[in-house]
Design a protein around this ligand. Structure first.
Ligand code: PLP
Length: 429
């Protein structure tokens, strides 16, 4: 090896040929191979996608789909966004990775942006631990709670925080938990949105309360107004940490950088991932005030966490959301979706819930998986986190025409149903 910057064209073309050969096999053969070579944690995929641009993705058969799910609330700027592309290719061409023995400017710049974002104008000092996913961000948060010297954590029914052993320990769904018990911790689950239950559960033995501002995986469940500020008041009084999981709701998805900022609270811990890297894997666990000092040298780490390419993706996402006023667009387009759906006045639609571009269309029957399948056949990507809820979480760049194309198609999708044997499609988070 000479270290020459000239690409080895033969090796590049060998990789391209391998990809072209895989694509050339078509959906059926690729999925056959998938089912033999990839662990069956997600069930059999329904499409093989090869290309994306803006809010659209194309499958291997050349069919175009409007991506109303953004890779599960990830592609905030849509696919192949030129600014993200230029930032990450520039960074990887310059410096793609160093160990955490060293710092990089992009990592530090993103740390400054994120800490400013979570601290707001509170004046509280914040620090970040960079991870590679939402699960890992929550794992770091879990370890922070242990450093309080207490072990009791209060989580909520319907919550989802990830599937590593620590993140799973604070995730409620028994189907995910039970096969892996015993899980770490002293975790108690209380009804979500219930202030009195929270008040009764939290005491001076409580290390932390962990809450999502909206429960995304549980079907876009919105707590009553004032829930987070009550949680702030209750945890402060008990000397417990308030850990807010903004993995799905954060980074502009609901029309704010952090959905929890609606209630003007300053949490002790905030976790982010999904939209932060627009598809480049990155997670962040931010801690504020004394909690920011609870992890010290050797108490946590990650080889890839804080990688400069992932960090610059985060910087690019924040810059474009600001420049293109995408928080405003998220609110306007989310409201448009809700108004359009309400105007359909369809007997199978009960109501629309959520905020900004994190929306659940609640159906009157358990037919969401069938509607989601019909939508996919019609070229719209959505999912069914619960048997009666459709999740819509499109890129924040979505246009009015794109929203309207879906809501105009919705009555046809609903009328094409087979109501029997519906199941939720919540396995992909
Ligand atoms: C609120 C919340 N927390 C954590 C996670 C886990 O994130 P990841 O899949 O990036 O590990 C998810 C994923 O859906 C989530 O919605």
């Amino acid at each position: 090896m000479t270290g020459s910057p000239t690409p080895d064209l033969m090796a590049v073309s060998a990789v391209s040929e391998q990809l072209a050969a895989t694509e050339g096999r078509g959906t059926g053969a690729i999925l056959n191979s998938y089912s033999r070579s990839v662990m069956n944690t997600f069930g059999l995929p329904k499409r093989v996608f090869v290309r994306g641009e803006g809010c659209n993705v194309w499958d291997v058969e050349g069919r175009k789909h409007l991506d109303l799910l953004s890779g599960l609330a990830v592609n905030a700027l849509g696919h192949a966004h030129p600014t993200v592309l230029s930032a990450i290719t520039g960074q990887i061409a310059t410096l793609g990775h160093v160990s955490n023995f060293f710092a990089t400017p992009s990592q530090v710049a993103l740390a400054e942006r994120l800490t400013a974002l979570v601290a707001g104008d509170s004046g509280v000092e914040a620090r970040v631990f960079f991870a590679n996913s939402g699960t890992e961000a929550n794992e770091a948060a879990f370890k922070i709670t242990r450093r309080t010297g207490k072990t009791k954590i209060i989580s909520t029914e319907g919550s989802f925080h990830g599937r590593s052993m620590g993140a799973l320990a604070v995730t409620h769904n028994p189907k995910y938990r039970e096969p892996f018990e015993p899980l770490p911790g002293d975790v108690e689950f209380i009804p979500y949105g219930d202030v009195e239950a929270l008040r009764n559960a939290v005491d001076d033995q409580t290390a932390a309360v962990v809450l999502e501002p909206i429960q995304g995986e549980n079907g876009i469940v919105v707590p009553p107004d004032g829930y987070l500020s009550a949680a702030r008041e209750i945890t402060t009084a008990a000397g417990a940490l308030l850990w807010i999981d903004e993995v799905q709701t954060g980074m502009g998805r609901t029309g704010r950088w952090l959905d929890s900022s609606r209630e003007s609270i300053v949490p002790n811990v905030v976790t982010l991932a999904k939209g932060l890297g627009n598809g480049f894997p990155i997670g962040a666990c931010l801690a504020l005030g004394p909690a920011a000092a609870l992890l010290g040298p050797g108490s946590h780490g990650s080889t890839f966490g804080g990688n400069p390419v992932a960090a610059i993706a985060g910087l690019a996402v924040i810059a474009v959301i600001e420049r293109d006023h995408l928080l405003d667009n998220a609110i306007a387009m989310g409201d448009r979706l809700a108004a359009n759906v309400a105007a359909l006045d369809h007997p199978l639609i009960d109501h629309v819930r959520g905020r900004g571009l994190l929306r659940g269309i609640v159906l009157t029957e358990d037919v969401a998986a069938a509607v989601s399948d019909a939508a996919l056949d019609a070229g719209f990507i959505i999912n069914a986190p619960r048997p009666n809820v459709l999740r819509i979480a499109p890129p924040l760049i979505i246009t009015a025409d794109q929203i309207d194309s879906f809501t105009e198609a919705l009555p046809t999708l609903l009328s094409a149903l087979q109501p029997a044997q519906d199941t939720a499609q919540g396995e992909h988070a």
